[in-house]
Design a protein around this ligand. Structure first.
Ligand SMILES: [Zn+2]
Length: 159
């Protein structure tokens, strides 16, 4: 099964507004689906990379402008709530600051648990913000079991 992103236009716009509001830090969040629908719901999350970097720069050398770290407690709560109601995680999103929406080596590393994808069915949606303004609508990436790598997948936006 190839993952693809299904989002309502208003939810896509929420991600765009969050990315602009949190510029010049990367924004991040989680996407979940319910039992009955493939349409993703958006859960904005705090990017704690700045705090981690400030507290322990040796362990977390990257600034929040070039990295994101979803608060693990927030992530756990969102995923548990989705699973309790019969749903699941459908994806993760984050923004790129003053560069294009692509799936970077760090993005891949973050999406892997050792040599397997942490969430093989999830899409990773990346939006691009230049000088505080969204550029384009974003790109979704999914795990391809044949190539054992991530590549761009379809994004379907519903009006
Ligand atoms: Zn990235």
């Amino acid at each position: 099964m190839t993952a693809r992103l299904q989002l309502k236009r208003e939810d896509l716009e929420r991600i765009h507004r969050q990315a602009e509001a949190e510029y010049p830090a990367e924004c991040c969040g989680i996407l979940t689906v319910g039992a009955a629908s493939d349409l993703s719901r958006v859960h904005p999350c705090g990017n704690i990379q700045g705090r981690l970097h400030h507290e322990d720069p040796a362990q977390y050398p990257r600034e929040p402008r070039i990295a994101y770290f979803i608060d693990p407690k927030e992530q756990f709560d969102i995923i548990s709530a989705a699973e309790r109601s019969g749903g699941r995680v459908s994806g993760f999103y984050h923004s790129h600051i003053d560069c294009e929406a692509y799936f970077s080596d760090e993005d891949k590393e973050r999406a892997m648990a050792w040599d397997e994808p942490a969430y093989a069915d999830a899409v990773y949606f990346v939006v691009s913000v230049f000088a505080g303004k969204i550029r384009g609508s974003g790109k979704a990436f999914g795990w391809q079991s044949e190539s054992r790598d991530f590549s761009e997948v379809e994004s379907e936006i519903f009006e």
